[in-house]
Ligand binder design. Structure first.
Ligand code: 13P
Length: 260
């Protein structure tokens, strides 16, 4: 049974004291559910202080990005090796990084590999733009993003990573992709993993949906076949909403008798 994974991507929001306050409020409002794993991805600067404040029974930390070289003359960058003992996870290849910081397919591949090499679980973000969907290229885009990003991993390593399907056109608009669209894309991602690394790996890899997730959409999305969790942006900045998202995921598990 794949554990439900809920990831809060705070993006470039909240300074260290604001991030600390949000963590405090979340810790007050959330209960521990053994069958749900909750991960917070604050700004890089807040990782160290939050690591001292965090209730590890409730939350784990993730980086939003890091550089693929372990050290050297790369002014301004932070490496995965520097994050080793600080985070369990790191987002890799978020569409905002691909769009604004020109992260291309080989760079994303190298970052995925660097994360794994340093014992950090990459949350590989994939997804098509509006234009790509309109032109009928959704599967081709997912195919290219997946095959390149996973190219340097062994099957065993792929089984342990997380893939997040984030349709770029649905991010930050308040309206998630339709259930059928989510289902189709996530089934395709799993099919591609099976094709490349075998059925066993495809059964084990966790696949999330992200884009405009709000509490009221949680049950509908998480009950889709093969959706193992959510990557939440805007709603994760609000402690009431993010706590509601966690509770909604828990209620769904209880209702289908999946709680362990
Ligand atoms: P929103 O939830 O704000 O649409 O952001 C999604 C996202 O990009 C998470 O990584």
């Amino acid at each position: 049974m794949r554990k439900t994974l809920l990831v809060a991507n705070w993006k470039m929001n909240l300074n260290v004291s604001q991030a600390s306050l949000l963590l405090h409020r979340l810790q007050e409002r959330t209960r521990i559910h053994r069958s749900i794993e909750v991960v917070l991805a604050p700004t890089m600067l807040a990782l160290q202080p939050l690591s001292l404040q965090i209730d590890r029974r409730k939350f784990r930390l993730a980086a939003q990005n890091a550089y693929y070289k372990d050290e050297g003359a790369f002014t301004g960058e932070v490496s995965f090796s520097m994050l080793r003992d600080l985070v369990h996870y790191s987002l890799v290849g978020h569409s905002e990084r691909r769009a604004h910081f020109h992260e291309d397919l080989p760079m994303v591949r190298d970052k995925v590999q660097a994360a794994v090499r340093n014992g950090i679980v990459p949350i590989l973000c994939v997804g098509e733009t509006h234009q790509e969907r309109k032109e009928g290229f959704t599967k081709r885009v997912l195919h290219d993003q997946l095959t390149t990003a996973l190219a340097n991993l062994t099957a065993r390593e792929v089984a342990e990573i997380v893939i997040a399907y984030e349709p770029v056109w649905a991010i930050g608009v308040g309206d998630p992709a339709k259930p059928a669209q989510i289902q189709e894309a996530i089934s395709y991602v799993r099919y591609q993993v099976a094709h490349l690394y075998g059925e066993k790996v495809a059964r084990e890899v966790r696949i999330l949906y992200g884009a405009s997730v709000e509490p009221e959409f949680v049950a509908g999305i998480l009950s889709l076949d093969g959706v193992d969790g959510l990557l939440v942006g805007g709603a994760s900045l609000n402690p009431y909403k993010f706590a509601d998202i966690i509770e909604a995921a828990h209620r769904l598990q209880v209702s289908i008798g999946d709680e362990s």
